[in-house]
Design a binder for this molecule. Structure first.
Ligand SMILES: [Zn+2]
Ligand SMILES: [Zn+2]
Length: 183
């Protein structure tokens, strides 16, 4: 499913594979602190990395990869954990987020479709920041609301419209799927 999303939405000429880093061999969180990362920082095609923070400022991070997709997810779990109608998330390669300050905690459960999900948040203020899928090591997700400057970002698809609240706005100019995108 995630590969298909990447195929659908990666921009022409985008080369995410160059931004990939070796992944841990176990299922430990792939989010790394800057001190653990000796590799030179890369940025997305825009020429600068995305940066973000939690509400209280304890957690700061940088993402050096170009996002593969911007998904508005209306699954019930995203509604519950964000307290909102949906979670806007950027899909980026696993390991491309570097924690520059602070340390996240995480909550794990199985999503509606049975996917094992690890949701990272700030232990100080509770802000939701990242999601990993420990059973696959290719992609992870950044909560768009935590990103400092979103002026260059626009949603590329809508997911889980089946469980979207009736007062949610579902744009008609981007693909929309009743649940996860088809594999
Ligand atoms: Zn915080
Ligand atoms: Zn969701």
């Amino acid at each position: 499913m995630l590969k298909r999303i990447a195929r659908l939405f990666m921009k022409e000429g985008s080369d995410l594979s160059d931004d990939r880093s070796p992944l841990p061999s176990d299922t430990a969180p792939t989010i790394r602190s800057t001190s653990e990362n000796a590799a030179p920082k890369k940025t997305g095609k825009s020429g600068r990395a995305l940066t973000g923070a939690c509400l209280c400022g304890t957690i700061r991070y940088r993402c050096r990869a170009e996002p593969a997709a911007f998904i508005n997810c209306h699954c019930k779990d995203c509604q519950r954990c964000t307290g909102s109608t949906h979670a806007p998330v950027l899909m980026v390669p696993s390991g491309s987020v570097e924690i520059e300050q602070g340390e996240t905690h995480y909550f794990e459960n199985y999503g509606t479709d049975g996917t094992f999900v690890r949701r990272h948040f700030c232990p100080g203020c509770g802000s939701q920041m990242f999601t990993e899928l420990p059973d696959q090591d290719e992609w992870m997700f950044i909560k768009v609301g935590s990103i400092d400057d979103v002026s260059s970002l626009s949603p590329t698809m809508t997911a889980w419209t089946d469980s979207a609240p009736h007062f949610s706005h579902i744009p008609d100019h981007i693909p929309a799927f009743p649940k996860n995108p088809p594999a």
